[in-house]
Design a protein around this ligand. Sequence first.
Ligand code: ADP
Length: 243
Amino acid sequence: MGKQPGVKLIREDGLRHDGRKPDEMRPIKMDVGVLNNSDGSALVEFGRTRVVAAVYGPKEPIQRFVLLPDRAVLRVRYHMAPFSTTDRKSPAPSRREVELSKVIREALESIVLTEKFPRTSIDIFIEVLQADGGTRTAAITAASLALADAGIPMKALVGGVAVGKVEGILVLDVDELEDGNGEADMPVAAAPDIGEITLFQLNGVLSREELEQALEMALKGIEKIVELEKDALKRKYERIEVE
Ligand code: ADP
């Protein structure tokens, strides 16, 4: 994580390059039921990062060999749209996308009550529409909402956010500039209602003390994110009652 010369991430007044306080997340927007042709869907925005998730299932998959006798199989495809990045991204799946699909699946698998649906698959398609850092954590947040929207039982809702270290300061919800120029990036996903952490990664270097502070910061952020998820789900049910 090399810093480009001339990039100033913490201003003289102690605020970040976009005017946020160190522990402030970007403006967050969430909406569920945004697609007609899937069983559940959600759109999540963290600032300029915009991600849509669609869920199909539980259903009998076309490839029957993937079935498990005692539970549903969770399958995740994370994909970045060619227009999601500054340089057009090749639409073919990259190694990074394959790896992130696995990481996102693992962040959700223990939370979904897969044992209720043996011999089925639950498919989650994630499309990054616009990338500005934190797409994996936005993807996990969107997938959790889309699963809830599809009526798939879960132990709790999951949310995610990354904490970074830039110019020696810990910052919540890193954007692409901070991620690319900072000293560390730590994406976390958790289900605060049951006290479980389902994703924890660290790129770069933090002291042990910083790591503890960063985790605390991430978990506080995730509590807020999960509250927003609950609001988004409530809004959808209110909409249905009115219709
Ligand atoms: P995350 O999106 O979860 O933070 P990374 O740390 O791998 O994952 O990526 C950080 C940011 O770098 C992404 O959110 C995106 O803005 C940008 N990025 C990632 N991959 C590409 C790519 N292939 N082309 C252009 N920008 C990319």
